[in-house]
Design a protein around this ligand. Structure first.
Ligand code: ZN
Ligand code: ZN
Length: 479
């Protein structure tokens, strides 16, 4: 009886129409007799048994933990374009082959390389104090020996934008905006704008450098790294994030009178550094050309270990796919793992993937890149006719404590280009209340991952990926 609740659209959708077929069965025959049993259920009893098995196996599996523990121990931080990122690709290839995935390969591309070799700032007299900072990705170097100037504080980007040029010219701009702690991470979108926009806006008004309060939710003396190059192309102003504790100090100092800061950033900037995506698959038994894409990114910033961002995601999608790989019968469609390179400094891996694979049929994509907190919500970005299928999947996730969300899933950075090209996406939304305490800091270390939450993530990804890969469902608008 459960299947009746799914409605007509689900019945049409579960009827065997492939992504290529335009023919959809008429809903009319069902409508005249709504009590008639559906021709096909979106989730068969056999699939439901498999889902039960996957869920149980995931909740007992330590594989994801073993993967992320190995990544951060054997490789550690993996700055985009670095030698460490190259070692991470080789590590991933070996690991994925060991787990007996198919078509394991590296798809290379090149990126503009950026690394800070020096990042120092201090308040200069009358009471000199060092501050903990992180140069923002893409920041140019200051002159040798650093630069020194008076600091002008703005409560947020809008205040800087409204400021007259003579309040800014020749000064170091300090954007003191705080980030809101939220379960769904929505505070990040609002807070991160200053990371990309401070430099170009301040530069246009004649500033000599940009400092921002770290984009994070902790009060600690760690600065949060992060890219600015993507948003601030064309800006050539040195820019850094200062730790929350030092942002507090700087604000107090400025409230007492004119405050000068010395900033010294030296950056290693090179063109055409090697990066690459690592791909692995479980080939579909009936429709190998139809792809369910599970993504995470392999690179990380380099102050921490890249454990929660995004070693956890690498581990979650790989361990989930491995559970499906170990089923007695492969799903009908192909499940493809994308471990993207060079996400942090410009989502280069996601762009390279979209360029290389634009002509393939992608049924749906999901990305794990929000740490390792438990998943609490399932969101889709499906065409209306496919929404009942989303609800059917959510019901299979409900035993894991996952509630239904809206149809406005974002999908994640590395599958963003594919989403824009029309690929349906879902979000398995993790609880991110503490994610931005550690994000892009030296405190992004393995101990921040809860093994039990990691297992719940694996269970959810396994259930979702299996159901969509073993179905005929089409989630795009009907052609
Ligand atoms: Zn990430
Ligand atoms: Zn990140």
């Amino acid at each position: 009886m459960r299947y009746f609740a799914l409605g007509l659209a689900a019945l049409a959708f579960a009827s065997g129409a492939s992504a290529q077929q335009t023919q959809q069965p008429s809903a009319t025959s069902v409508a005249v007799n709504p009590q008639a049993p559906p021709a096909a259920a979106p989730i068969s009893p056999e699939q439901e048994r498999t889902v039960d098995r996957l869920r149980a196996a995931a909740l007992e599996s330590n594989l994801a933990w073993e993967i992320v523990e190995d990544l951060v121990t054997e490789i550690g931080p993996r700055l985009a374009g670095s030698e460490a990122e190259a070692r991470a690709r080789d590590w991933a290839v070996n690991m994925l082959r060991e787990q007996r995935f198919s078509n394991v390969r590296i798809e290379p591309f090149t990126i503009p390389y950026w690394d800070a070799t020096r990042e120092e700032a201090s308040i200069v007299g009358p009471a000199p104090q060092p501050m903990v900072i992180a140069a923002l990705g893409g920041s140019p170097s200051t002159p040798q020996g650093g630069l020194e100037a008076e600091v002008v504080r703005f409560a947020d980007m809008a205040a800087l934008e409204a400021a007259p040029e003579d309040a800014v010219r020749g000064r170091i701009v300090f954007i003191d905006e705080r980030m809101q702690r939220t379960q769904d991470g929505s505070g990040y979108g609002a807070a991160v704008a200053k990371r990309g926009r401070c430099a170009p806006v301040a530069q246009a008004k004649g500033a000599v450098a940009c400092l921002i309060r770290s984009v994070g939710t902790d009060p600690h003396r760690f600065a949060h790294q992060g890219g600015s190059s993507r948003q601030s192309q064309g800006a050539s102003l040195p820019a850094a994030a200062i730790s929350p504790a030092d942002a507090d100090l700087l604000a107090r100092r400025i409230s007492r009178g004119a405050t000068r800061v010395r900033l010294d950033i030296q950056a290693d900037i090179r063109e055409n550094a090697p990066s690459g995506n690592v791909i692995a698959e479980i080939r579909g038994r009936e429709r190998p050309d139809e792809i369910v894409l599970l993504a995470a990114h392999l690179d990380s910033w380099d102050m921490g270990q890249g454990a929660v961002d995004d070693g956890a995601g690498v581990a979650i999608v790989t361990a989930a796919a491995k559970l499906i790989r170990d089923l007695p019968r492969r799903p009908r469609r192909t499940i493809r793992i994308l471990l993207a390179g060079a996400e942090e400094n410009g989502v280069h891996g996601g762009a390279a993937y979209a360029e290389a694979h634009a002509n393939e049929t992608h049924i749906v994509g999901a990305e794990s890149d929000f740490g390792a907190g438990p998943i609490w919500r399932f969101r889709t970005r499906f065409a209306d006719h496919a929404l009942p299928y989303g609800r059917a999947i959510q019901r299979q996730l409900a035993p894991l404590g996952i509630i239904p969300g809206d149809n406005a899933a974002g999908g994640g950075a590395d599958i963003g280009a594919m989403r824009q090209a029309g690929m349906p996406v879902v979000d398995l939304s993790q609880n991110g209340l503490d994610y931005f305490d550690y994000h892009h800091t030296p405190n992004d270390t393995l101990d921040k991952i809860d093994p039990e939450a990691l297992r719940q993530n694996v269970a959810a990804y396994a259930v979702f990926a299996y159901l969509v890969a073993d179905s005929d469902g089409v989630f795009t608008a009907e052609p």
